[in-house]
Every structure is written in C-alpha cells, then in structure tokens.
Write a protein that binds this ligand. Structure first.
Ligand code: ZN
Length: 276
C-alpha cells in the first residue's frame, strides 16, 4: 500500500492531551495533514457548530467520528438511552461531515456475566439506529476490539463477528479495521478479503502493538515501535479494494501524550510514509 500524506488522517485522540479541537486541527493543517477524526467530547468542548466550522475552515476531511456504540445496559431504559444517544451521535457525525460513525459496541452490563445476552443487545441496538443512520447517509462502522476488551468495551472482538452482524443488518453498516485490535487474528487475511468483497471497509486505523504492552488501553505504539507488519496488513487492505483514508490512532499516556504535539505529528508523518 503506497501511503502518502494525502492518505493520512489523524484521530484526534492521538493529541488529546496536548491540544483542544481547534489547536489540533490547525496543527494538522500546519503539517500538511488533510483529514482528522474527532471525538465527541472534543467536539462538545467547543460546541458542535463551532467544531464543524473549524474543520471546514481548515479544509479537513473527516475520516470518521468517534464514537457511538455502548449498547448493552442492565435494563430497557438504559438500552433505550444508548439508542437515543447513538441517534444524536449520528446527527453530530453528519454535521461535522464525517465519512462514518465509528462504533465501539459495548461490553457486559454491570453485574452481568452473560456474554451472549450482551451480544444480542448489540445486534438489537444496531438494528434500532440503522434506519436513522441510513436516512442521514451516515455509514455505521463497527470496530471489533481486541478480546481483552470484551468485558468492558466491546463484545464484538473479531472481524468475522463484525461482518456477520453486517450481513444480518444489510446496507449502511460496515467495519473499521484497526491494526491494534485485529493484528493477531489467524483469520485476518480471509476476513479482510471478505470485508472488501462485500464493500464493508469503512475505515482503516493504525497504531502498533508494543512488547510488552504496559496498559491495555493507553499504551499503544507508534508505527514501527512494535510487532505489527503494517506492510502486510496494508497490502491485504489494498487488495480488498480499500482506497480510503488511513487513520493514525494512538492512545499513549506515558509516551506520546507527554510529548509536544508538533513532535508527535512530525513522527507520525515520518513513520506513516516509511511503513508503506
Ligand atoms: Zn480504532
């Protein structure tokens, strides 16, 4: 996969400790980066209309909007609240001009040990928001998360599982493929090909898997510092027909979040063009 700076999008969580939305978007523009993926809290901090204005004024494309999901809840009222919140997330994503709404589907409700029930709640939640997503022209990108998050963040843990959900739901839904979450999967090649054949690849997120990983959420690596073969994964993604933006998404409490944001962006650009 040839990766040029025009293909690069910055997930704004990567610089969330250094900059607010406006500062981050302006910094990206300064570095020649032409796409971002903002988070709801970053947008809420400046206001939705202002966020949309900032993004537009800086000529940014929006590779995705983070995030919706979190469907399972202990009771019906909780599940309905999640559905309502996802409908708002769809509206926000449309307002900022996002190419898709990224979904982290949620794990076990508090007190539950029933994984099959949680997975049912996810399927039901997706079905409940799909009509609104379609009417809003906002594709829903299910992001399977590494199985270590099954309890607390996402009970959809493989591309195969996400694509089965897509098959059941039909149009308007696809997957976000994040190397951090799927690199280990022995079925990765077949499932990326399957996703491509069904036109389901809505996003490609990259960061590296460090050895050792000291914190499962907040110790993600810069490309090249870990064990993921980006050239290999990228070639599978390309072969599957994906020609969209490549989003760098690094949560790094002890390393990259502590460095000056401009250094982080400079390093991202260097590594991004080196791993092609
Ligand atoms: Zn991701």
């Amino acid at each position: 996969m040839i990766m040029k700076i025009e293909d690069l999008s910055i997930n704004l969580a990567t610089v969330r400790q250094q900059w607010n939305l406006q500062e981050a978007v302006e910094a990206c523009a300064r570095h020649g980066i032409t796409a971002v993926d903002p988070w709801r809290d970053q947008v809420a901090a400046c206001g939705l209309a202002e966020a949309a204005r900032i993004i537009k004024a800086n000529g940014m494309r929006v590779s995705g909007y983070c995030r919706g999901g979190m469907f399972p809840a202990a009771d019906a009222a909780g599940r309905q609240a999640a559905i309502d919140d996802n409908r708002r997330a769809i509206d926000e994503a449309a307002t900022v001009g996002a190419q898709c709404l990224v979904l982290v589907v949620g794990g076990l409700p508090p007190g539950s040990r029933d994984m099959p029930a949680a997975r049912h709640m996810v399927a039901d939640g997706l079905a409940a928001i799909l009509a609104h997503a379609r009417a809003s022209n906002m594709p829903l990108a299910i992001e399977p998360l590494h199985p270590m998050y099954a309890a607390d963040r996402a009970c959809v843990n493989t591309l195969s599982q996400a694509l089965d959900l897509c098959d059941d739901l039909g149009e308007g839904v696809g997957v976000a493929i994040d190397t951090y979450h799927v690199w280990w999967d022995p079925d990765l090649a077949a499932q990326i090909a399957r996703a491509g054949a069904a036109n389901r690849i809505l996003g490609y997120h990259i960061c590296d898997w460090l050895v050792p990983t000291k914190d499962i959420l907040l110790d993600r690596g810069m490309m090249g510092d870990g064990v993921i073969d980006f050239r290999h994964v990228g070639s599978m993604i390309e072969k599957a027909g994906y020609r969209g933006l490549v989003e760098v998404e690094i949560f790094s409490a002890e390393n990259w979040w502590k460095r000056p944001g401009d250094d982080v962006l400079r390093t991202v650009i260097e590594r991004f063009t080196a791993i092609a």
